[in-house]
Design a protein around this ligand. Structure first.
Ligand code: UDX
Length: 449
């Protein structure tokens, strides 16, 4: 089966590589000449474990080709996937659909024959139908159908998520002449190599598929936020958040996942999708106060993470130096979008602290986004050098190899603040270090430097 993927961003690259591995012949269209050149040279613009090898392998066997023009890409395609960005529009929280609609117009102008047009980008309810309207108005002669096939990939494990998904959501245009039959057949063929495709492919209407993506992400964002609020309550009351988390997770209606408290959710999906869902819900006359509160609670939390550090440091009239380990929004990605570090670090910097930071893969991206004057260290122990306090902001596995005695030798002070619970089983006290983490009784009130 021949398909075209439009957009060589995160979703487009992962989907192209994986669908090629499933046996499809994929043409990936990337408009940005620099990005396309880099891809042609085998340079992958994002850090995603396994992606470079898979892309390289699929190009070598000829199942994946790259080009810059939609017209060229569509020549023999049976289906075209739109995987361009849908960033949040500045200020409003609306998803910016200008790229999606521009691509729809180009597809309409270039499509040589009967075609299935699939939206893979995360798009608000109604987008698929608008794509259909645009194409139809420009090419009333063209036989085409639309479908929605949103992605649920987690950064850092996107290949495994694609190859072995919990479910593949497929929204069909049930109002079309064939009630979505052709789309159903094509997408069933495409995903056939999955284990047990009959139980994994979930067919529904266009609007349901579009909303499912937002509802899933908003629910997970809400769950993390709830876990964060409960962890605060544990600290305030003397309860232990690990014990409470484990106990509530045993109830299958709640489940154990997504209950690890942290410095607030970030990334390319949760912040953008919760915003967009809140706007959609208000516009539709069915507002979601739960989602709106989740957004506000998360924003406040990121600021509180900085305030906590300042409280622990106490007297700020003397110069203070703080090490930050981890800058990306989570581990195993170089993605800095909406990372808690982007809120926490500027607040600490404005408070007059000297900052020494390190991240295994996010340094380059972070440098462009954080205040000048921050020291970007060579490694974690270099960041720790001479500092009064050390913070873990991202749960990189590499930090597990650092020992308390190495920290004690590198640091000047003795405060460790672990916002991910990464070092929870370490013995710090024997090295004279004081260990703070989320969800344990608040020690800020009794400890100083
Ligand atoms: C998410 C969804 O999981 C994926 O299905 C969707 O389509 C895209 O958005 P991703 O953004 O890669 O994927 O991150 P994820 O691993 O889900 O984590 C999201 C945020 O929640 C991160 O900031 C993470 O640190 C935080 N988180 C997650 C917690 O703080 N605690 C948890 O227990 C889980």
């Amino acid at each position: 089966m021949k398909i075209t993927m439009i957009g060589g961003g995160y979703v487009g690259l992962v989907s192209s590589a994986c669908l090629a591995a499933f046996g499809a012949t994929v043409t990936l269209v990337e408009k940005d000449p620099q990005r396309l050149d880099a891809l042609q040279r085998g340079e992958i613009p994002i850090y995603e474990p396994g992606l470079d090898a898979l892309l390289c392998e699929q190009r070598a066997v000829g199942r994946l080709v790259l080009c810059s023009s939609i017209a060229q890409g569509l020549k023999e395609a049976e289906a075209v996937f739109i995987a361009v960005g849908t960033p949040a529009r500045r200020g409003s929280g609306h998803a910016d659909l200008s790229y999606v609609y521009a691509v729809a117009r180009e597809i309409a102008e270039a499509a040589p024959h009967n075609l299935l047009i699939v939206t893979k980008s995360t798009v608000p309810v109604g987008t698929g139908r608008e794509v259909s309207r645009i194409v139809n108005s420009l090419r009333p002669d063209l036989h085409f159908s639309v479908a929605s096939n949103p992605e649920f990939l987690r950064e850092g494990q996107a290949i495994a998520d694609f190859m072995n998904p919990d479910r593949v959501i497929i929204g069909l245009d049930q109002k079309s002449d064939d009630k979505g039959t052709r789309a159903r057949e094509l997408l069933t063929t495409l995903y056939h190599p999955l284990n047990h495709p009959e139980t994994r492919l979930v067919f529904m209407g266009l609007e349901s598929a579009e909303l499912t993506k937002y509802a899933a992400n908003a629910f997970l964002a809400m769950k993390v936020t709830f876990a964060n609020e409960m962890a605060d309550l544990c600290e305030a009351t003397g309860a232990d958040s690990d014990e409470v988390r484990h106990a509530i997770g045993l109830d299958p209606r709640i489940g154990p996942d997504f209950l690890i408290p942290g410095p607030g959710f970030g990334g390319s999906c949760f912040p953008k999708d919760t915003q967009a869902l809140a706007v959609t819900a208000r516009k539709a006359g069915a507002p979601s106060p739960l989602v709106e509160t989740t957004i506000a609670s998360n924003e406040a939390r990121k600021r509180r993470m900085a305030e906590r550090i300042l409280t622990l440091l106490g007297d700020l009239t003397h110069p203070r130096t703080v090490a930050i380990l981890g800058l990306t929004f989570k581990a195993n990605t170089d993605d800095m979008r909406q990372a808690p570090s982007l809120t926490v670090l500027p607040l600490l910097y404005e408070a007059g602290l000297t900052l020494r930071v390190y991240d295994p893969h996010g340094m380059e991206q972070a440098r462009a986004l954080l205040p000048d004057g921050i020291y970007f260290a060579r490694n974690a122990l270099d960041a720790a050098q001479g500092t009064d306090l050390l913070v873990i902001l991202t749960e990189w596995e590499e930090f597990l190899h650092i020992t308390p005695s190495e920290l004690q030798k590198s640091m000047k002070g003795r405060l460790i603040v672990d916002y991910r619970g990464l070092w929870k089983n370490r013995e710090f006290a024997s090295c004279g270090l004081v260990y703070h983490r989320i969800g344990k009784k608040d020690q800020t009130k009794k400890e100083g430097t």
